[in-house]
Each structure stands twice: as structure tokens, then as C-alpha cells.
Design a binder for this molecule. Structure first.
Ligand code: NDP
Length: 286
């Protein structure tokens, strides 16, 4: 287990691995199901025990696949799912959660996220989340795709301070949150969950992979450029990254990224290649 010593501590004291596994676009093709289940299981074996899914992914098919992968080892994983904004009102959220639990074949989620902000007032979603928490259906709740102003508003809403994480897009090539959101979250003791840590978007990924500086550092560590990018997202103990991978080689490489530590000089060179933002940049979203 390569990730034993790399954890992020949530406000309630729970330690979760700094690397988890995403599942977007998984579970949708029945022919790929076995290899996807095996992929998640290998990732769990390597220590990537946090699994991120959503009712949206394949309209439930991703959750069904995750349910299969964690069968018999539910207690080994930290399970995260997300509710659609239009299901995040008091009348719908219980049913949406119940449906996710059924597909995942479990009786509770470790973390339930509002997938993005919709029209339902935050106060109502928080009430729904708190109710689920009291019922034991979820152990914690959080949000996703919230920018700093949304977080401020959430924080100032009753029980908003119970929010555990904010899941947002973050990678070496898209680091707008370094300007204000990440410092805000640090000040409020709330970790970030970084999605698309490998820059899902092709053009950006190519930029990362072809950067001379990233490649030099990769060579020094005897790893690949994207492993450097992934290791960079989790360089502090404030970020949990959730790369999605089905290919065995990718899973292995991702887990290995948690063993890469940077010198100050390397971090400065990466800043040179992919500069830290000097002004507010609206949150990047997929
Ligand atoms: P990622 O940045 O994780 O990229 C995934 C892609 O990278 C896949 O094509 C995968 O290929 C490939 N890959 C994985 N590991 C490697 C590697 N070591 N080397 C080269 N290629 C690799 O993008 P995602 O957008 O999927 O983000 C990760 C997760 O974040 C999602 O799956 C989802 O759970 C979550 N997410 C949440 C969002 C939100 O709104 N809250 C939005 C977007 C994502 P292969 O599968 O073939 O191995």
C-alpha cells in the first residue's frame, strides 16, 4: 500500500487517502464492466480507497458498477456520491440518496455532495443533507463546483459550516483556485477534492505532457509527465485528488504518484512552466 502515510484530515478528524478514484464514464458499457470492476479493485488494493461517483454518471450505471466493485469490502472504502441540483430539495433528496444507496448496495455514504449549484436555495439543501446525516444515510456532506463567493454564502447559512469538502476542477494547467478558493478553504479548514487532476481536456493534457520542465522533473524522478502533474495536485495535505483510470498501467502510475515529493526548486520550476494566477479567475468547470 503506497498511500499509507499520505492522508488528508477532514474537519471531523477522519483521515482519508490523498488519492482516490473517479468513475465518470465508467459502468456505461456492459462489455467494459469486468475490467472496470477489476480496475477499481486494483486501485483499492494500492490504497486509493476513496471512490467518487454520482447519480448523474451513466444515470446510475456508474453507481451500479461501483456497488459491484466494493462488494464484500464496503468498510475498506470511503464512498462518495453526488446528488443532482434538481434533486437537492427537501422533497427529492431522500429519494435520490436512497436510490444511490440501493445501486451501491450499501446502507450509507461516507460523503454526499451537491454536484453543482442549481436553483434550490442552499438552506434547503443543507436541511436535506443534515436530515440524511441524522438518519445515518450519509456520514458527511459537501458541495462541488462552488467558487469562493458560493462558499462564503454557504458558510454563512445555518449549518453551512458542516460542509466537509468542495470538489472542484484542479490541475497543474488549470490552477485558478490557487488565487483565492484554495486559501479560503485552508483558512476554513476544509479540504479540496480535485477533479480532472490529469487534465481530462485533451489540449491541456498535451500541454502538460509536452512541457520541457515537467518532463525534466519527470525524468529526474524516473516517472511520467502526468505522474508529476498528479503529484503536484496533492503536494499539500489540503487536497484529495480523484483521477479516473481503467487501464492497469494508469492505476499503478497514479498510485505511484503519491510517493513523489518535490523540492522547493522543483515547485518553483513548475510555477515557471504553469504560473500561479495573479488575479481572480472564475472557477473552471467541466
Ligand atoms: P482525469 O483527469 O482523471 O482523466 C481521466 C482520463 O485520464 C481517462 O481517460 C484515463 O484513461 C486517463 N488516465 C488516467 N490515469 C492516467 C495515467 N496515469 N496516464 C495517462 N492517462 C491516464 O479526468 P476526469 O474528468 O475523469 O476526473 C476524474 C474524476 O473526477 C471523474 O471520473 C469524476 O469522478 C470526477 N469529476 C467530477 C466532476 C464534478 O463536477 N464534480 C466533473 C468531472 C469529474 P483510462 O480510463 O483509459 O485509464
Amino acid at each position: 500500500n503506497r498511500l499509507e502515510n499520505r492522508t488528508v484530515t477532514l474537519a471531523d478528524g477522519t483521515a482519508v487517502p490523498c488519492l482516490g478514484q473517479g468513475t465518470w464514464y465508467m459502468g456505461e458499457n456492459i462489455k467494459a464492466r469486468d475490467s472496470e470492476v477489476r480496475a477499481l479493485q486494483s486501485g483499492i488494493d494500492l490504497g486509493m480507497k476513496l471512490i467518487d461517483t454520482a447519480e448523474m454518471y451513466g444515470e446510475g450505471d456508474s453507481e451500479l458498477m461501483v456497488g459491484e466493485a466494493i462488494k464484500g469490502r464496503r468498510n475498506d472504502v470511503f464512498l462518495v456520491s453526488k446528488v443532482y441540483p434538481h434533486h437537492a430539495g427537501l422533497d427529492m433528496i431522500s429519494k435520490a440518496c436512497e436510490n444511490s444507496l440501493k445501486r451501491l448496495k450499501t446502507d450509507h455514504l461516507d460523503l454526499y455532495l451537491l454536484h453543482w449549484r442549481g436553483r434550490i436555495p442552499l438552506a434547503e439543501t443543507i436541511d436535506g443533507m443534515e436530515k440524511l446525516r441524522k438518519e445515518g444515510k450519509i456520514l458527511r456532506w459537501g458541495v462541488s463546483n462552488f467558487d469562493t463567493d458560493d462558499m462564503e454564502e454557504l458558510w454563512n447559512t445555518e449549518n453551512g459550516k458542516n460542509c466537509t469538502v468542495n470538489q472542484v476542477l484542479y490541475n497543474l494547467g488549470s490552477r485558478g483556485i490557487d488565487f483565492d478558493l484554495l486559501p479560503w478553504q485552508k483558512a476554513h479548514n476544509m479540504p479540496i477534492m480535485a477533479y480532472s487532476p490529469l487534465a481530462h481536456r485533451d489540449s491541456l493534457r498535451t500541454q502538460l505532457q509536452s512541457s520541457p520542465i515537467v518532463n525534466e522533473i519527470a525524468e529526474d524522478h524516473r516517472v511520467k509527465a502526468l505522474q508529476i502533474a498528479l503529484a503536484w495536485t496533492i503536494r499539500t495535505d489540503q487536497v484529495i485528488a480523484i483521477p479516473k483510470a481503467v487501464q492497469e498501467q494508469h492505476i499503478f502510475e497514479n498510485a505511484q504518484a503519491a510517493t513523489i515529493h518535490f523540492t522547493q526548486d522543483e515547485l518553483e520550476r513548475l510555477d515557471e512552466a504553469f504560473p500561479r494566477p495573479q488575479k481572480k479567475i472564475p472557477l473552471d468547470i467541466i
